[in-house]
Design a protein around this ligand. Structure first.
Ligand SMILES: [Zn+2]
Ligand SMILES: [Zn+2]
Length: 342
């Protein structure tokens, strides 16, 4: 089968290769991939700015159809439409696994990061990491369940948002646009903030329910103060992963606000921690999800409360991965999808 492989450590080293089809272990299912979605993490792995264990197939956002079922599998059958968590292995025994915090398991191995991922015709995945797609959630939306679960973790499980809260979402990339929709479903007033080059993402944010959008290149963030009796937002969700984005989240939240950090900078960045301390901000880093996060994410997709179709900019056959990565990098598109090839 054709697969997009990180062949060696270092910058680049991505190649479409012919690999033997994988066969499922007894606790696994073999899934024919229908759609893979490119994530910022994939670009970081291309650039060697995020953990990776080559040689391995890249890709951790996907949907597909079950084509083979391991002997120990009980909940799925051939033909089921599925999406997958990125975790291919967690130990199940450490204190974090026992608490359901599978993303914090030290032995965690993720698709397309530590072990073979989904940018291929087939992928094998353990039963506990797979979720059945609701009938009205198509394969494209299914491929975006993973970032949706990331947003749901940040907005529903890390932040505590009350109806009427002003929520600042900084960074209108895919996860930011998903966090915006999740925050709207909590009846918050949402301010979406972007910068130069984000014009069409901010316009889309407006369509997806943002109450106010701010482009820091042309507009002042002071309107956040105007909306909040000069105090600042109740909650900030940082999705940009940049120093400027984090800094504006610290500055434009009120005292005793919550700051949820989702964006990974991929390098060390300096921030004004004094301001965060003297405001007694509650800083809540948010990383991946629990199994249960997916139930809520799938429900929000099924209800249409979170919409992913408007985020899809372009579709590419797997062989054109380079053009797809370039499109994501240049921020021409929002979400680019990779379709497996024979
Ligand atoms: Zn991702
Ligand atoms: Zn563990």
């Amino acid at each position: 089968m054709k697969a997009l492989v990180k062949t060696a450590a270092g910058m680049g080293n991505l190649e479409v290769m012919d690999l033997p089809e994988p066969g499922p272990d007894p606790d696994q299912l073999k899934v024919e991939v229908k759609v893979g979605a490119i994530c910022g993490t994939d670009l970081h792995i291309h650039d060697d700015e995020y953990v990776n264990c080559p040689p391995m197939v890249l890709g951790h956002e996907m949907s597909g159809v079950v084509v083979e079922v391991g002997d120990e599998v009980t909940r799925f059958k051939i033909g089921d439409r599925v999406t997958s968590e990125s975790f291919k292995y967690t130990c199940g025994r450490c204190r974090f696994c026992q608490d359901g915090l599978i993303g914090l398991c030290s032995d965690r191995r993720s698709m397309g990061v530590h072990v073979d991922g989904a940018f291929a015709k087939y992928v094998c995945q353990r039963e506990e990491s797979l979720h059945r797609l609701p009938d009205n959630v198509d394969f494209e939306a299914g491929s975006m369940c993973e970032p949706t679960a990331v947003a749901v973790r940040a907005v529903y499980e890390r932040a505590t948002i009350s109806s009427g809260d002003v929520v600042l979402v900084s960074g209108p990339g895919p996860v930011g646009l998903l966090c915006l929709q999740a925050a709207k479903s909590r009846e918050a007033t949402v301010v979406l903030v972007g910068t130069r080059g984000d014009e069409h993402r901010l316009a889309l944010g407006k369509d997806l329910g943002a109450d106010v959008v701010i482009n820091t290149q042309t507009d002042s963030l002071d309107s956040i103060l105007d909306m909040t009796d000069r105090m600042g937002a109740d909650v900030a969700i940082e999705c940009g992963g940049s120093r400027a984005s984090l800094e504006q989240c610290i500055t434009f939240t009120r005292k005793a606000a919550q700051l949820v950090t989702v964006g990974l900078p991929g390098r060390e960045i300096a921030v004004d921690l004094d301001q965060a301390i003297t405001k007694e901000l509650t800083i809540l880093p948010s990383f991946t999800y629990r199994h249960g996060t997916w139930k809520r994410a799938l429900k929000l997709l099924e209800e249409g409360t979170i919409r992913t179709a408007p985020l899809v900019s372009r579709r590419f056959p797997l062989t054109q991965w380079k053009a797809a990565f370039d499109a994501v990098r240049s921020r021409q598109g929002i979400k680019c999808l990779l379709l497996p090839v024979d």
